[in-house]
Write a protein that binds this ligand. Structure first.
Ligand code: HEM
Length: 378
């Protein structure tokens, strides 16, 4: 069921823990080479030219983010929330539009401002999500379910929002049940209680990288044994490990130093995961970060990418790449996953897909991984 992976094959992950030279590939020339014919009809079709990705902010230290300009408010009727406690928290504090619909640029700016997420990690996660579940023509993304607020959808079904199961949202989440078992979006108190026993057993009451490694492995084993449709392939193999590390780096108050750094207390965890709320007076991380430590989580209990063929029958399948092979993931993401969603794009749609694909490649930041162009380069 569980297969060991050679540690030597472990490479730095991508989306949520990009290679350090990610920033060596600025995206500021991305519109070059597009024909005037493709640019002209955008407004007429209700489309928007996606702007180049925001860069890192000028100040990247810790600061109070639970401030008077960003008071927490419970979601109002019609406000959208989804499976990500980070994005939900930013929306409930007004760093993102409180209705839960935002452009990729707004999301990148918000995760940097509110959590001090590293620029390349922010770009990688956001543009990947946008290509999978956003409205790439209108340049809008729902942080939860499908909504008319993201505009007219081309071809009419792809802009589902990040709650859509099997695109970015996936199985073995830490605080939400698998889609097969019920509501994959709602916070699950039983799973949080289970997590808290791991806080106590492995972290002296706190969530840290050691706890993350044990809990991540346990949740995967639970899903393998109970979910006949369990899937841990491609992006989910990357995100499952990255998301287990994020709370250690970004949910801990940035004023903590020494032995307290990287130790998330249970009340703060509950505040983020359940209430989508900064703990009172919260300071963001002291330096830009993302999924640092995910390599430790992977190597503590390595599990190959794969999927269940019936409960308890885990079949290794690396056809979509994994955290162990980010270049294969990138290539398959573009050539298989995105192409399946958009087999024959034209006009504005094709132009915007190409721009967003370029943004994803730039976030990868790996010059040894060749860029692929499924829709041509003009
Ligand atoms: C940059 C854009 C981001 C996108 C597109 C994104 C998207 C997502 C998605 C789709 C999930 C659900 C995956 C699943 O099924 O478990 C998720 C989970 C998660 N996200 Fe985000 N996220 C982003 C940023 C952040 C940030 C800034 C944080 C922390 C400050 C964060 C923390 C988490 C955590 C801890 C989970 C796991 C929840 C669980 O397992 O119960 N994310 N994210």
């Amino acid at each position: 069921m569980r297969s060991k992976l050679p540690i030597s094959s472990l490479v730095a992950g991508w989306i949520l823990f990009p290679l350090p030279y990610a920033l060596a590939f600025p995206s500021y020339a991305s519109l070059r080479g597009l024909s005037a014919r493709q640019e002209e009809p955008v407004e007429a079709q209700g489309g928007k030219v996606p702007p180049n990705p925001p860069g890192p902010p000028s100040f990247t230290g810790t600061k109070l983010v639970d401030d008077s300009d960003h008071p927490w408010q419970a979601p109002q009727s019609g406000d959208i929330r989804g499976p990500c406690p980070g994005l939900n928290t930013l929306a409930s504090h007004g760093y993102l539009p409180r209705n839960g619909v935002a452009s990729p640029s707004q999301i990148i700016t918000a995760v940097q401002e509110g959590f001090n997420m590293d620029n390349a990690a922010a770009r990688g996660a956001t543009y990947t999500a946008h290509l999978l579940v956003g409205n790439v023509v209108a340049d809008l993304l729902s942080i939860g379910g499908k909504t008319p607020l993201t505009g007219r959808d081309f071809p009419g079904e792809n802009a589902t929002g990040i709650s859509e199961h099997g695109r970015f949202e996936g199985d073995a989440s830490l605080t939400r049940v698998d889609d097969f078992h019920g509501d994959r979006i709602a916070f699950d108190q039983g799973l949080f209680d289970q997590a808290s026993t791991f806080f106590n057993r492995f972290g002296n009451g706190f969530y840290n990288i050691t706890v993350a490694a044990e809990l991540r492995f346990h949740r995967i084993q639970q899903s393998i044994s109970t979910n006949p449709e369990f899937n841990l392939m491609g992006l989910r193999h990357i995100s499952a490990y990255g998301e287990a590390a994020l709370p250690v780096n970004l949910f801990v108050d940035g004023r903590k130093t020494g032995a307290e750094k990287g130790q998330l207390d249970m009340d703060s965890a509950l505040s983020f995961f359940k209430d989508f709320r900064f703990p009172s007076g919260f300071f963001r991380a002291a330096e830009p970060g993302g999924a640092q430590g995910a390599d430790v989580i992977v190597t503590t209990h390595p599990v190959s990418p794969g999927r269940n063929e019936g409960a308890g029958n885990y079949v290794v399948d690396d056809s979509l790449g994994s955290v162990l092979d980010p270049c294969k993931f990138y290539t398959q993401f573009v050539n298989v996953t995105v192409r399946d969603l958009y087999p024959n794009p034209r006009g504005v749609l094709r132009r915007n897909l190409n721009l967003n694909l370029g943004f994803v490649y730039e976030a990868l930041g790996d010059p040894s991984c060749p860029q692929v162009f499924p829709y041509g380069q003009d």
